[in-house]
Design a protein around this ligand. Structure first.
Ligand SMILES: Nc1nc2c(ncn2[C@@H]2O[C@H](COP(=O)(O)OP(=O)(O)OP(=O)(O)O)[C@@H](O)[C@H]2O)c(=O)[nH]1
Ligand SMILES: [Mg+2]
Length: 639
């Protein structure tokens, strides 16, 4: 069964499959929205605090690698082989092509383009597809369904598009079996530790993915054998220093270019909190992906490269440091941990002067974005590549000034390491008693309908009768998963997977799950207060008729300015004006021009559902909040 599931994944994306197959201990979601770095329990090795692996920089010199159980037992099998399914059609045909030479077959699987040139491979894939269709139409086995609903190796939107709609009988079977399972008492209470979503943002190549990978390694979520595999692959691709980034950058495109495209997702814990990392892309072409990651986050980790020239490029006009910091604020990120990275680089060499220069330039800019430095922002110098100052404080021999600086609470930072900075944050304003709002990030069919989202407000409990906004269709919450644990209820801030007794087609990205008693409004016309950050050079005038794309929670929709209500001067005084320009604030009535029904709320009622970003021709032109819900207005002529 597992083989067929994998085979189905394979048809969708052979190259990703091959990476999954060979590097089986890192399972990868193929979601169009966010990919998940799933870490099966077998691959997790929790180093003790005293372990040299935990304390040392993550570059694993062979002498310091702690042996895994297989090493200890003297198991001499090639580790690439340990998870091979002998019945997998692709494996079988590759082994035949390799004339039974297993090592050669594994090598061939690492080169998908060459492999696809063999007609036998295409035939094997067709066979696997046929089998997977049969598998889809056969009665679901609930154990596997529950197991895989809990796993993070998901094929989301793409699979769902390919998959035939489940029959009513199949849904009923899953529902009743889920109900049985509920009775079986394997449901846990939600972990009492606070959960925080950290979005890693910043200019391209600042080191976001490397830092994410480094944290996972240091926190024991990835073992040293996996790191070694990535070292080998990075070397083969002439991208030696990217080996830690490969933990997060899982697709062929990302590894080939050394750039994140989709938001990577991974999980780690400390004694105090639970964290989800959302590793956003830094390249300006992928800002919409970055927005969808940041829209789910509580804390922004703004990664800055201190390397000579890189800080300057990221920070100047057009650099993503600026755009990301501004977007993060608009998208409701309360706190910013500014990570001054690459301190180990020879052009920096842990220089206090360079650190002060970066922090000194960032502070006034972040203030202009609306952050209150004393309340919202911390600064930590680190090296994502060597692991210095992430969990173990950088030594005084390397960086003699840091201890004195944070001990004196300079730059609003009184903790030494990055982990301590994260643990010192407390998220405010989460209201478990408010009406339920879960904007849908993704949905797919896996022996029943599964919906992914973040609880933005209220509490979701198993068995709840829910309503889907905007369609108002009612559904029952059959099961809730946080990570791979099935839980009784989920409170604000939790990323959840919800099993529901309905069809996948009942959902679209941007729909909102609510309780029946309080359903999210779906206006066609609403008022927004906007700050025009940077109008396009060739469209500098913001007035009625202006068309743009509006981003709100997990959704993007086309809108038109129906009426410019007023322009505000810097003191907040309102003036009736026919247009507004860059740098001005205004209030405008907006009309949705696309057919999609859109769920949104007033910012004051539900901040996460009332924050908006306006983009035009791929550039952020304005940020703001919903201040009113209006009656529909007729469309205006295009300008
Ligand atoms: N010297 C040094 N190099 C680093 C450090 N962190 C990252 N790098 C290097 O910077 C390059 C880019 O790293 P990534 O982690 O891919 O950067 P990113 O911010 O995720 O890039 P995008 O996803 O494209 O936005 C790689 O060559 C890394 O090895 C660091 O702490 N020190
Ligand atoms: Mg990256």
């Amino acid at each position: 069964m597992l083989c067929l599931y994998v085979a189905q994944t394979l048809i969708l994306n052979l190259q990703t499959y091959i990476l999954t197959f060979v590097f089986h201990d890192l399972a990868v979601s193929l979601s169009g929205v966010a990919k998940t770095v799933g870490l099966p329990k077998a691959a997790v090795k929790l180093p003790s605090a005293a372990s040299p692996v935990a304390a040392a920089p993550p570059t694993p010199p062979p002498a310091t690698i702690v042996p895994t159980p297989a090493d200890v037992s003297g198991d001499t099998n090639d580790d690439d082989e340990e998870d091979i399914d002998e019945n997998d059609p692709l494996w079988k045909v590759t082994l035949q092509l390799a004339k039974g030479d297993r090592a050669e077959a594994i090598k061939m699987l690492e080169d998908p383009d060459a492999l696809m040139a063999f007609p036998e491979v295409a035939l094997a894939l067709a066979e696997a597809e046929k089998e997977s269709e049969e598998w889809e139409s056969s009665a679901p086995v609930v154990d596997a369904a529950v197991e895989s609903a809990g796993s993070e190796d998901k094929v989301m939107e793409d699979t769902q598009k390919k998959t035939a709609a489940p029959t009513v009988e199949a849904i009923a079977k899953v529902t009743s079996e889920v109900a049985e399972e509920v009775d079986s008492g394997d449901v846990k209470e939600c972990d009492p530790r606070e959960h925080m979503n950290l979005v890693f943002i910043g200019h391209v190549d600042a080191g976001k993915s490397t830092l994410s990978g480094s944290i996972l390694y240091i926190q024991g979520m990835v073992d040293s054998r996996t790191i070694e595999k990535f070292e080998r692959e990075a070397k083969q691709r002439n991208r030696d220093s990217w080996f830690l980034a490969f933990i997060m950058d899982t697709s062929e495109e990302e590894r080939a270019k050394g750039k994140t495209v989709e938001v990577g997702r991974a999980f780690f814990v400390t004694d105090k909190n639970r964290y989800t990392i959302l590793d956003a892309p830094g390249h300006k072409n992928y800002v919409p992906n970055m927005i969808s990651g940041a829209a789910q986050a509580d804390v922004g980790v703004l990664v800055i490269s201190a390397r000579k020239g890189e800080f300057e490029t990221g920070f100047e006009k057009g650099g993503q440091t600026r755009e990301h910091a501004l977007l993060a604020k608009t998208l409701g990120i309360q706190y910013l941990v500014v990570v001054v990275n690459k301190m180990d680089d020879p052009t920096v060499a842990w220089s206090q002067e360079r650190y002060e220069e970066c922090v000194g330039k960032l502070k006034p800019f972040l203030k202009s974005c609306g952050y209150v430095i004393k309340r919202d922002v911390k600064f930590v110098p680190i090296s994502g590549l060597t692991g210095a100052n992430i969990k173990v404080e950088v030594s005084a021999a390397v960086c003699p000034w840091w201890k004195e600086m944070y001990s004196a609470d300079q730059h609003n930072t009184s903790t030494g390491t990055l982990m301590e900075a994260f643990d010192s944050l407390a998220i405010e304003g989460r209201n478990a008693a408010a009406p339920l709002r879960i904007p849908v990030l993704d949905r797919y069919f896996e022996r029943g309908t599964v919906v992914l989202g973040k609880v933005e407000s209220g509490t979701l409990t198993m068995g709840d009768e829910l309503a889907i906004a905007p369609t108002k269709k009612t559904v029952k919450c059959d099961a809730i998963y946080i990570g791979d644990e099935k839980v009784r209820s989920a409170k604000p801030g939790e990323n959840v997977m919800i099993k529901l007794n309905c069809q996948v087609e009942d959902f679209q990205k941007g729909y909102v799950l609510c309780h029946k008693a309080s359903i999210c409004p779906t206006p066609r016309c609403f008022s927004v207060q906007l700050f025009l950050v940077d109008m396009l050079e060739h469209r500098p005038i913001f007035s009625s008729g202006y068309e743009a794309v509006l981003h709100v929670h997990t959704l993007e929709i086309e809108v038109q300015v129906a009426e410019l209500i007023c322009v505000m001067d810097p003191t907040g005084k309102k003036m009736k004006r026919p247009f507004a320009r860059t740098g001005q604030q205004c209030v405008a009535k907006m009309r949705i021009t696309s057919d999609l029904n859109t769920c949104l709320e007033k910012f004051d009622d539900f901040p996460a559902l009332g924050r908006v970003t306006l983009r035009d021709e791929g550039k952020t032109i304005a940020i703001g909040k919903v201040v009113g819900i209006n009656k529909d207005l007729p469309p205006l002529a295009k300008k």
